[in-house]
Ligand binder design. Sequence first.
Ligand SMILES: [Fe+2]
Length: 474
Amino acid sequence: MKYFIAIILLVSTEIINAQTNSSDFLAKPYLQIGKKNSPQSIQLLWHAAPSGDVWLAEYKNGDESEWKKSLDLTFSTVAVGSVAPFNVYSTSFTSLKPGTTFQYRVSKNGKVVFNSEGKSLKSADQVYRVVISGDMGAGTNTSKKIAYEIYNAKPDMVAVAGDIVYNRGLLSEYKTKFWPVYNKDDADTSGAPLMRSIPFVAAVGNHDALGRDLNAFPEALAYYYFWDQPLNGPNGKEGGAFVPALIGTDANKKAFYDAAGEKYPRMTNFSFDQGNAHWTVIDSNPYVDWNDSTLRDWLTKDLATAANATWRFVLYHHPGFNSSRAHYEQQQMRLIAPILEKGKVDIVFAGHVHNYQRTYPITFVPDNLGSQLVAGANNIKTGKVVNGRWTLDKNFDGKRKTKPNGVIYITTGAGGQGLYNPEQTTDKDSWQKFTTTFESRVHSFTVMDVNGKTLTLSQVDINGKEVDRIKITK
Ligand SMILES: [Fe+2]
């Protein structure tokens, strides 16, 4: 009898610790896809003050009773600007059963201080649901309610189409507008425990990556030390074709380099597999010079390598095919449309424009591609108009005709910031010819369900109501 009481006491202590020791963390544990590109692996990160504390992370699959230790627990110290230095811890769970729920816990100095459930990534033969949304981390009530609705949709993964956190991608902005909303302890209309239970993956937007003046904003580019995503894209050179020069004193630069480690500058162009899909994530900021063959060749090769995946999705921030008056001239991503078509990309997801738009399946031929690839005088700040001719597959209706001929471009930037051009929603004459659906009267996010060769996209608004739905089949 005493034995059972002892066990109950032990379990109770663990639960109490898990609930009360939140001050152990500067950011509570959250899942990332990491670098291993395997449905058996997932990465766990958390932030804590530097100290002599001994940390331990353990996990077990749903049908297991024994806890397994995580692998390769490491940390990097972030000491930028006037922020008190802290550590970003990172460790791997490597023996997960794909597509299942697993338990994990984090201990400090022998005491459990956090526990949660997580969902592992899917293998190619499993069904899955991904939520895609951009322009999320605004810290508005709208952002928070969207987080809650995303949680209610029960996705297996969230893909953020850039502008992860406003207004400058700063460390302190993550603290106020991101972690408390997307990794909240409980779910209500002010946020949800999303990031501790499913991986988020993100493309950088202008608000995450354009600001490179570390003297003015030493906490900028926090993306590079808070996210853990694959490092399998080309490693650009600072000041080169797709990595802008950093501005800052040697001390400010060193502080940033130390915090970011090997993730800077590589971690903005990468790819990974989830379920039967291949995802390619691209930095669409206007500083990228698509005339440079390094990035173009990598993208071409990456998509060719993914030829055996059932689906190919691309995630970036700036939509090339946008009907909003806002940001209309920022069309630089049209330049890679031929590469995406050749690589048999099914859907491109973007944000930046704060509303929802869906195009017909498009085939696009830029005029004089070679000359258009050269950056224009204003290219660095905004983007550029890209002229060309498009062919639209108007037979595809997503209901009876479900096999598109061309790439479908989704703009899903209504994840929290103020909506753009709501007046255009009912003014079809104001839409470009490639647009078939436009909704800017309400905030919304994209829910994608994939079951083998059948895919359903639905756009869900802030009240949980569906505003668009299509089916795509192979
Ligand atoms: Fe943006």
